[in-house]
Design a protein around this ligand. Structure first.
Ligand code: 1GP
Length: 248
């Protein structure tokens, strides 16, 4: 793979305001609905598709990834909920370390389980510092990982954790308020991490283009949307308008 074409290079491009649509294979059992989602995502100039979920089985995951791969050219990135969620059909995998938590399974355990298979696969592996931030509801990631998110007013803990992630060699920081969060990660929190010069992905509870704009303005490289598009697929039209008014 050419370094400049890598997914990491694409999502690190300075000033590029990327948007990712998160597809949870557990929820997309209707092939026609998935097809329509992919068509509308291409129309809206979505930059990345993320695929994964906290409780997805390998069977659901493989079925969805095969179908997505056959239907779209949008770069496909695994956002894994467990060691079961790996596939050479994706372009890249976010190799998540849940640094906000203290559960060894999510810091190193799942990695060891999948390491040999992943090492032999032709897939870009992106070491990612994954931080859960309290979003006002108990997220499925917090429940499944049995970890406590960082309180949203504890900016210094977020900062220290992100610095530790960089020092550990992570290439990305993913700040997640959790799927269906009541409150998204505050833009000010993103702004305070830009000094690290590590690309930032933000997700959880983002439901309107003003919030997307604020997060991009604050320095987020990629904004991830899941639930809002599952609930209202035409939100992709709003995203299309937003993207069309950007200069990149
Ligand atoms: C969750 O960041 C994602 O990990 C997306 O969250 O489903 O709330 O958009 P939503």
């Amino acid at each position: 793979m050419n370094e400049s074409n890598s997914i990491l290079a694409q999502l690190s491009q300075p000033g590029k305001r990327s948007i990712a649509v998160l597809i949870d294979p557990e929820k997309c059992t209707d092939d026609n609905a998935l097809k329509s989602l992919l068509e509308k995502s291409a129309f809206a100039k979505i930059d990345f598709l993320f695929i994964g979920g906290s409780t997805v089985t390998r069977k659901e995951f493989d079925k969805a990834i095969n179908l997505i791969r056959s239907l779209t050219k949008i770069p496909l990135v695994i956002f894994p909920g467990s060691a079961q969620q790996i596939s050479s059909k994706a372009d890249a995998i976010l190799y998540l370390s849940l640094l906000s938590g203290r559960n060894p399974d999510f810091l190193i355990g799942h990695h060891i389980q999948s390491a040999t298979e992943l090492y032999e696969m032709d897939i870009e592996v992106i070491p990612t510092a994954y931080l859960l931030i309290d979003g006002g509801t108990q997220s499925s990631v917090a429940y499944v990982s049995q970890t406590t998110p960082i309180p949203r007013d504890q900016k210094s803990i977020v900062k220290q954790t992100a610095i530790a992630g960089k020092l550990m060699g992570k290439s990305l920081i993913y700040l997640d308020a959790g799927s269906g969060a009541k409150f998204n990660v505050p833009a000010t929190m993103i702004k305070e991490l830009t000094f690290l010069n590590v690309p930032i992905i933000v997700g959880g509870g983002i439901r309107d283009t003003n919030t997307i704009r604020n997060l991009h303005d604050a320095g987020a490289n990629v904004v991830v949307i899941g639930n809002k598009i599952e609930d209202e697929i035409d939100f992709l039209l709003d995203i299309n308008n937003y993207k069309s008014n950007l200069c990149n």
